[in-house]
Design a protein around this ligand. Structure first.
Ligand code: MN
Ligand code: MN
Length: 370
């Protein structure tokens, strides 16, 4: 339990700053603010049913106030902590239809995009939940100083939605907090992925997992198999090959995992490898995946790639997807680099490829006989 010799998040950020002599202090303050938010949410989540779980959302308490679900409380904590700090020019949250407006005189240089409580249905069953965040640069004309110089600007202008529609490769920081048996903050500022554990005695995040690395190979995959009848062929082929185990194409046995919480899945993969898939499927062509690009896929992809892993839609790197709306959904595949590369290969192969799965081999055999 000795934390005395460990690096705190604050010290880590100060040391990171030395690599970026032109950086302004706002950036570190923003990340320390995010860390404080995560500590608050961790405390709230730790109260479990004592605080009134999400099943009581909408109920009226003794003071006549409407009790709020943890997602809504977590969202409020994020908004309140950043609306007056002067570091952000705007915020996008899973919980809000439109970007959250920041008073013009308080606008900073960054945009903060977040999922305040990921996997919130896990709260009621006391399983891990988390928060996910992504930091982008605000467009030059969005922050305070530039606006004052722009005499034609309307001081009541809200930041346009387009400001947030930046591909993930433009993120300057991203990460998540996981509220599990211990609370951890996993963070990248583009110099590797680093894990901090919240010391319950000091209330400080301490660097416990510097330079996290995802092993390039794995024998573990995670997918919601109840959707298998909707999967497209490359996913079906990949999973069939994993299930065939030692006697199949892959010549090794695989394990399957599914927690149904993106943060928990990502964290397990960062700690011991694996591949996660929430692919596009054939249910609804208008819905090209389930997870949201800006505040789920992009931050997780940044963290994963900075740890030597890979993140893809199957057809292209997640970090290159041009966003078209703030709540856009994408197919998401990430984890051990060689497995994700294999899935990308399967997506790239033409449908009548010779590299067929046992399933499709049967079909071609059938066709040959017909
Ligand atoms: Mn989520
Ligand atoms: Mn959420």
């Amino acid at each position: 339990m000795d934390s005395a010799h460990r690096t705190t998040l604050t010290r880590f950020l100060i040391e990171e700053r030395r690599h970026h002599p032109h950086a302004v202090g706002d950036f570190n303050n923003l990340l320390l603010n995010v860390a404080l938010v995560c500590k608050r949410i961790a405390r709230l989540a730790a109260h479990g049913a004592l605080a009134g779980g999400s099943e009581q959302a909408g109920a009226v308490n003794v003071q006549g106030e409407v009790q709020q679900a943890l997602d809504v409380l977590a969202n409020d904590i994020f908004l309140r902590a950043h609306e007056v700090g002067g570091q952000v020019a705007g915020m996008v949250s899973e919980e809000l239809e439109a970007p959250y407006p920041i008073a013009r005189h308080q606008r900073g240089r960054y945009l903060l995009v977040f999922d305040p409580l990921d996997g919130s249905s896990n709260v009621d069953v006391n399983l891990s939940v988390g928060s996910i965040f992504s930091v982008l640069r605000a467009p030059d004309d969005a922050c305070d100083g530039e606006l004052e110089r722009n005499l034609h600007g309307n001081p009541e202008d809200e930041l346009p939605v387009e400001a947030f529609l930046q591909p993930g490769m433009q993120q300057v920081a991203a990460g998540y907090a996981i509220y599990g048996p211990s609370t951890m903050l996993v963070l990248t500022v583009g110099t590797g992925t680093h894990g901090f554990t919240l010391c319950p005695n000091l209330g400080e995040f301490m660097l416990t997992h510097p330079h996290m690395q995802i092993a390039p190979d794995t024998q573990e995959f995670a997918i919601n198999a109840s959707n298998s009848r909707f999967w497209e062929r490359p996913i079906k082929r990949y999973v069939d090959e994993c299930l065939a185990g030692r006697s199949g194409e892959r010549e090794k046995d695989f394990n399957m995992r599914w927690i149904a919480s993106l943060v928990a899945e990502a964290h397990r993969i960062l700690m011991r490898g694996g591949v996660f898939m929430y692919p596009r499927d054939q249910r609804d062509p208008a819905r090209p995946g389930r997870l949201r690009l800006l505040y789920e896929a992009n931050p997780i992809a940044f963290v994963v790639e900075q740890a030597g892993g890979r993140a893809s839609t199957g057809l292209m790197p997640v970090l290159q997807v041009p966003p078209t709306s703030i709540h856009q959904r994408v197919p998401l595949i990430f984890g051990s680099a060689n497995e994700v590369a294999r899935l990308e290969r399967y997506h790239a192969e033409p449908a009548d490829s010779h590299h067929a799965t046992p399933l499709f081999a049967e079909r071609s055999l059938f066709r040959a006989q017909a």
